[in-house]
Design a protein around this ligand. Structure first.
Ligand code: HC1
Ligand code: SF4
Length: 574
């Protein structure tokens, strides 16, 4: 331990701390911009490129960046001297001098960290002017927009894409004033192996990387009297969207969410969790089939589209190992345009399915032609949690005053097993609950598998099921997934089943969720809320969902039937 003094306050901190870490302990706020430290998720950006956190260290003629300067015993630091304040303002003004000031119409308006910093420092004038750089807007992808004009070269996206996700798409090109961050040869994003995981979008402090905005398309569908517009919402939305209306992270707003969607005018408000329950029935059947009939092992979960795209691009020889199940929201879309449409005599061509997802990769997934049935996409529009919040605001819906309402039935009836899909570890826990009861024929009393929970990037557990020991692996973050895939490729994997989610934390940490601004307590609070929501559910096992069982009886026959295969499963393209 070492003792340092910051603004006259003494603190004793671990030796490996930076001045910034120590300042937090001392209760002294140092502004930052490029810095990012999601400690538990192991996403740390310490490039010290923005020079906003400059502080004075006694005895040193030069200012030091607090984020990248280690503490020493006896160090005396001041963050509030005229010299430090002037340097900070200078850095921000220089950034602003080459940054568009169209804040009013920017996708990140009021959510931009550069804007917030300029406000915090009281910047009212930019004293520098000179050459500015202007680039072409990259709208090539179906999921994200890259606006180089708004990039401040903080390198957070590079850290997320290269160090955490190991995708290697984004890096600095050129030198000096001409430096840009982009794919090799500055190719359009759609021509790269980008998985659209959105990890870069989640950490970009400005609007240099944002999701493609599909809100206008939803309004257009809702305005069209000939369209029957159905919405479904992912498990992770209900524990996060409240943050955009001033609620604490981890506030569960399931009832308000259903009520708000109804106010927007959707014909039906369904729940993706229904599809998660169906996924479990299909995926558990598939795993048992592979275990009992010598199929390919380990089986990998397939609900995360960024992860699917990652395996297709980077491990093409392994595309036969993920489960063939379509993801839950695609299943719900399929069920709406087949079972539900037939039952209610609605022409599927008149139905518009809108998915509200915490994820930007779902936008690209919904457009995949191999998921279509009779050349018809099952999900027509995907909007993120943030986009839905914009719609509520635009419609003047006072979200926190909404009453609690239920989803519409039958595709709104769900279990706790489907809720936990929203966090890392949840899909496999849900599957085990069902496999256990199916194999033993006995009711499982202890449904919470604590050994599958947590935020460690790679976790494993042995689960006993009817005398059979299942080795389970869990990875979240594509860098962690890569490690498990390399083991499989080398024939060294000991697992029977593996859950993979591309986003650190799982869907709760998705690239379409309210920004966490580098605070991993936000992700932890959402995770706690997911488990609490599961606890509050009357039914906690997918195979007991009465609406799902009724649908199988009326339409699919049984899980993993030929019809289920045709409509609810897919294949992957190496
Ligand atoms: Fe997810 Fe899923 S859990 S992928 O993480 O399997 O996006 O929330 O909707 O489809 O159910 C996301 C979340 C979501 C699907 C489900
Ligand atoms: Fe990299 Fe994911 Fe961003 Fe694509 S979406 S550039 S893979 S971090």
């Amino acid at each position: 331990k070492v003792t340092v003094t910051i603004n006259d306050k003494k603190v004793t901190v671990p030796r490996e701390y930076t001045i910034l870490n120590a300042a937090v302990e001392a209760g002294v706020k140092i502004p930052t911009l490029c810095h990012l430290d999601l400690h538990d998720l192991k996403m740390v950006n310490r490039t010290a490129s923005c020079r906003v956190c400059m502080v004075e260290v006694e005895g040193s003629p030069k200012l030091a960046p607090a984020c990248a300067t280690p503490v020493n015993d006896g160090m005396v630091i001041r963050t509030d001297t005229l010299k430090a304040i002037t340097a900070r303002r200078l850095s921000v003004e220089l950034l602003l001098s080459n940054h568009p000031t169209d804040c009013l119409i920017c996708q990140k308006n009021l959510q931009c960290e550069l804007q917030a910093l300029a406000h915090q420092l009281g910047v009212r004038e930019i004293h520098y002017s000179g050459e500015t750089t202007r680039y072409h807007l990259d709208t090539s992808s179906k999921a994200l927009i890259k606006n180089q004009d708004k990039c401040i070269l903080c390198r957070r996206c590079e850290t997320a894409c290269n160090l955490v996700q190991t995708c290697g798409i984004l890096s600095a090109l050129n030198r000096g004033f001409k430096t840009v961050v982009g794919p090799a040869f500055n190719l359009p994003m759609a021509e790269t192996s980008c998985t659209y995981c959105g990890a870069c979008v989640a950490v970009c402090p400005t609007a240099a990387l944002t999701e493609v905005n599909h809100v206008p398309k939803v309004w257009e569908a809702l305005r069209n009297p000939r369209k029957y517009v159905v919405v479904q919402t992912a498990p992770a939305i209900r524990v996060a969207i409240g943050e955009l209306f001033g609620m604490k992270p981890g506030t569960i707003v399931t009832g308000k969410l259903a009520a708000g969607l109804r106010r927007l005018g959707f014909n039906k408000v369904f729940d993706t969790d229904f599809g998660a329950d169906v996924t479990i029935l299909e995926e558990a059947s598939e795993l048992l089939d592979r275990l009992e009939n010598g199929g390919t092992l380990p089986m990998l979960t397939s609900c995360c589209p960024a992860w699917v795209s990652f395996i297709e691009h980077q491990f093409p020889e392994l595309v036969d190992i993920p489960s063939t199940c379509k993801s839950p929201h695609i299943m719900v879309g399929t069920i709406i345009k087949t079972y539900f449409a037939e039952k209610h005599s609605i022409d599927p061509d008149d139905i518009v399915v809108v998915s509200v997802m915490p994820c930007i990769a779902k936008k690209a997934e919904a457009a995949r032609t191999e998921l279509a049935i009779d050349h018809r996409n099952n999900v027509d529009i995907v909007i993120t949690t943030r986009e839905l919040a914009m719609m509520f605001k635009e419609a003047g819906i006072d979200f926190d005053k909404l009453p609690d309402e239920d989803f519409d039935h039958p595709l709104g009836e769900t279990t706790g097993a489907s809720v936990i899909f929203g966090t890392t570890g949840g899909v496999i826990e849900a599957a085990i609950r069902t496999i256990h009861e199916w194999k033993t024929g006995k009711s499982l009393e202890q449904v919470e598998y604590k050994e599958l929970r947590g935020l460690e990037g790679l976790r494993e557990a042995k689960v006993q099921v009817d005398g059979m020991e299942l080795n389970i692996g869990i990875a979240h973050g594509l860098g962690n997934a890569r490690k498990l895939l390399e083991e499989i490729r080398e024939g060294k994997s000991k697992y029977h089943a593996i859950e993979i989610m591309a986003c650190p934390g799982g869907c709760i940490g998705g690239g379409g969720q309210p920004y966490h601004y580098g605070n991993d307590e936000v992700i932890k609070a959402r995770q706690r809320a997911i488990y609490e929501e599961d606890k509050n559910k009357r039914l906690r096992k997918s195979h007991l969902n009465p609406a799902v069982l009724k649908m199988y009886e009326e339409y699919f026959g049984k899980p993993y039937s030929e019809k289920a295969h045709k409509l609810l499963h897919t294949s992957y393209t190496p």
